[in-house]
Design a protein around this ligand. Structure first.
Ligand code: ADP
Ligand code: MG
Length: 348
């Protein structure tokens, strides 16, 4: 899947997006520079105010050419602009059918649970309630279509079970509301049960989304790999990130058969904290780790990942959202220092 390579280096599309995206991308670029990371960025911007799709088409072309992207969240504007979410359009256009979050606790980071949480979220990423097919059929009556297909339900379930198998996980839990949405969520659940039969070594159970939210708060340790539709996925991702320390920590990966896009896990814009040097840079840097790993630059990925953990866990240098008093640049400087140290000791 990784493409756009020249002399061992990869070209990756960088889409800073709105809010805190641009400042965090500057830090990513700087850390890649000092660490000699073998990646060149093609920077593309989307004007949140423009209502045409030219910008978006340019971004999509760039990602198709490079195969891989790192992105911030694109502002969708207020309700009355009528501009559809470019984030959703981008995932649909690139057929990024699955979103994956590795939710693993950071020791020492203030969290709701002292015991480690280690959950993998596998979420359908292109249909369900995000089909963007809404209309007002008659005055005061709105219809919104939730699309569930056997094909995409199977792709996401298979991804979850394959992931479990290849990573020594024991259980997949499918999350749904098939007691009410019998046909749509019913198809998702039935498909998951059918796929589960191909993986007898992996336990499969299912849970209704409302009970799942309660269970996540009262006993998150019962979950291993979770498999779910699009809207439940965003809710569950935010609940788990909240339990573990908030929006600034975890990264998320979007995959299709041809392209991969890396971003902060909860996809926040962070408009209210932009430009203040207070945003937590860790989620975006973890997205950069995922990207390096995906491109096969394992050594560089490990250096960056270790440098983040040393800074946040061992040294306790953390931004306010994690109970610390460090600024964005304090955290980045320390990570940079570790990256430089480790890179200079590398034996090629
Ligand atoms: P807003 O756009 O109003 O800032 P978001 O929906 O983008 O809100 O984010 C939700 C909450 O998470 C906000 O309180 C925001 O400040 C916080 N948040 C998001 N990303 C980060 C980050 N990287 N570091 C610290 N706080 C963050
Ligand atoms: Mg926002």
């Amino acid at each position: 899947m990784p493409k756009a390579q020249y002399g061992g280096r990869h070209t990756v599309t960088m889409l800073p997006g709105g809010g805190i995206g641009p400042e965090l991308m500057e830090h990513v670029k700087e850390i890649f520079r000092v660490g000699g990371m073998p990646v060149d960025f093609e920077i593309v911007n989307i004007d949140p105010q423009s209502d045409g799709n030219l910008d978006l088409e340019y971004v999509i072309t760039s990602i198709k050419r490079n195969g891989v992207a790192i992105k911030g969240n694109i502002e969708t504007g207020s309700l009355d602009t009528g501009i559809a979410s470019r984030n959703v359009a981008l995932r649909n256009e690139l057929d990024l059918f699955v979103n994956v979050l590795n939710c693993k606790s950071y020791e020492g980071v203030p969290a709701r649970y002292p015991d480690k949480i280690d959950i993998i979220i596998v979420r359908q990423n292109t249909e369900g309630e995000y089909a963007m097919l809404e209309h007002e059929s008659v005055n005061g009556v709105v219809e919104s279509m939730k699309i569930v297909t056997a094909e995409n339900s199977e792709r996401v379930a298979r991804f979850a079970f394959e992931y479990a198998k290849q990573n020594g996980r024991k259980k997949v839990t499918t999350i749904h509301k098939a007691n009410i949405m019998k046909i749509s969520d019913g198809l998702f659940l039935e498909t998951s049960r059918r796929v589960a039969k191909d993986y007898p070594e992996i336990q499969h159970n299912d849970m209704i989304i409302d009970n799942c939210c309660m269970q996540l708060v009262s006993n998150p340790h019962q979950f291993d790999v979770m498999n779910m539709t699009n809207l439940y996925g965003t809710i569950v991702s935010n609940v788990i990130c909240g339990l573990m320390g908030g929006a600034g920590l975890l990264s998320g990966r979007n995959y299709g058969d041809h392209y991969a896009v890396f971003e902060p896990g909860t996809r926040n814009t962070g408009t209210s904290i932009a430009g203040k040097n207070i945003a937590n840079p860790v989620a975006m840097l973890n997205a950069a780790v995922d990207m390096l790993d995906h491109l096969g630059h394992k050594t560089h990925a490990n250096i960056l990942s270790r440098s983040i953990r040393k800074t946040v866990v061992d040294d306790g240098i953390r931004t306010a959202d994690l109970g610390g008093s460090a600024s964005t640049s304090d955290v980045v400087s320390k990570i940079k220092k570790y990256v430089i140290e480790e890179t200079s000791q590398m034996k090629w």
